[in-house]
Design a protein around this ligand. Sequence first.
Ligand code: OGA
Ligand code: NI
Length: 338
Amino acid sequence: MDSKVLSTGVRYSSLPESYVRPESERPRLSEVSQCEDVPVIDLGCEDRGQIIQQIRDACTAYGFFQVTNHGVSGEAIEKMFGVANEFFRLPVEEKMKLYSDDPSKTIRLSTSFNVKKEKVHNWRDYLRLHCYPLEQYVPEWPANPPSFKDTVSNYCEEVRQLGHRLQELISESLGLERPYIKSVLGEQGQHMAINYYPPCPEPELTYGLPGHTDPNALTILLQDLQVAGLQVLKDNKWVAVNPHPDAFVINIGDQLQALSNGRYKSVWHRAITNTERPRISIASFLCPSDDALISPPKGLTDDGSAAVYRSFTYAEYYKKFWSRNLDQEHCLELFKNN
Ligand code: OGA
Ligand code: NI
């Protein structure tokens, strides 16, 4: 039987044709560097000035960093991984009740990235949910596994606090008032992607997710602690970000690149597959409110540097993003001033 999702419990012995990338687009895994130091920032440090400096350096040079002593409890993290695993182990018929390839759905199980737009598929299934405000969305979340709603709600609340704290630090690192970013982004939405990458028969030929930047403001990623797979582009080379036991990976999204007038980069990243073990990652996305106007603050243009991008609302950007394929030109390029 043909299934739309990959997580059926059946192992594939060869890569189906529709997942095979043309030669020039393949991951070239032997060229990926394994030993680059990805910044790890201790948010428990008493010297706030030092944290801000580290964030400024990391966002300028990389567009991403890891954080420890982040305030999200070990228990919340462990339970979140547990329920994500349980969900993807459910019988495929049960999961398929949630299947949709329509990106405008507020909860859906899907596969690859944008099944209807893309030419080549990606070796990933994902459950994508809207998570804020919780009262609005929790009722439509899966009732199975039974602990799903409680566990995920609690995780979302803790992660949201971390996100806000990071936005304050990022504001200050740009020389802006502490609440600046939070206030211009309005009542922020929060989405989650629970990603499941099954073992893949031919990791050299395909991706879990091809290189992309995240369209939102800030992403807080929890990676599988046992199975590596995340890579980021640094100085035009792909670098593996191996799991750190106590850290979240934070990446600047397109909205903060625009808002910082290009000073901070929305980092290109990708997920690769492996033949041995399934990999899970949990991405939490903080998204500006639909009507938030994304435009650089005066403080970042009054040194004479012009606004790199035209002003736009987040609703306008998001619509454009999902109308496209993941491996096209960077969506922000379409908003550049001449
Ligand atoms: C994403 C993403 C990376 C990973 O969901 O946008 O980049 O490691 N995930 O799963
Ligand atoms: Ni991403």
